[in-house]
Design a protein around this ligand. Sequence first.
Ligand code: BGC
Length: 260
Amino acid sequence: MDINLKGKRALITGASSGLGEVIAKEFAACGAKIGLNYHSHQDAAEKIASDIRNNGSEVIILQSDVSDGKSVEVMVNDFVKKWGGIDILVNNAGIDGTRALVWESDISEWERVVKINLFGPFYCAREVLKHMVNQKSGVILNVTSVHENIPWAGYSSYTVAKAGLSMLTKTMAQEVGSLGIRIISLAPGAIKTPINKNVWENPETFADLIEKIPLGRLGEREEVAKTATFLVSDSASYITGSTLFVDGAMIDYSNFTHGG
Ligand code: BGC
């Protein structure tokens, strides 16, 4: 199957590291024009943009804090001014936050995680849909997590944000389905990125994590990026309103692999 994003204009949030970086590179390799959003790591964003340009693709860098609605409005306007419209939004920017049980949580830290992981995608989708609705075309891919379904003690702000984002996908898919706009969630499991480096670098926590994955290994960023590329492409034209898990079956209650 030939996955082609030729001429598609794609905005990827949180693209200066982790999954966003590889998604941006993969989309560019398939012919897309890229809006590479970053929050604070300008040097990393510039390096990724220059890699993309050196491979013959077009890219603009857009600094923005996705948890700030005004800042998102400016970013989307700049993107549309540059490319004349928008075909793809990947709501990728996200953080795990600091581990804290509910009664020990710091309120402003809890709010920050929800603002970045849930309000951010809402702000971005809101601005981008204004254009997609006029165009009557487009795809929004929300990067959720296995934790849209699996509870995770100590990360209540993260789990509620991802569960909320999953419901935002379904609700938006209803709102724009008749216009031919697709909204999808991609839910990664444990992928080897900076977000969980502290876990996979430590042999003890690494072993504990691997036990939770029937496939017996962490995912690679490219495995998520290739799935993302398929989902936003016309090859996935009948997929909308649902979640695709890219998780080595983590979602499958792997503790039941042995006994019950
Ligand atoms: C989190 C990772 C975690 C994985 C599996 C992801 O959503 O960002 O830190 O390793 O879920 O628990």
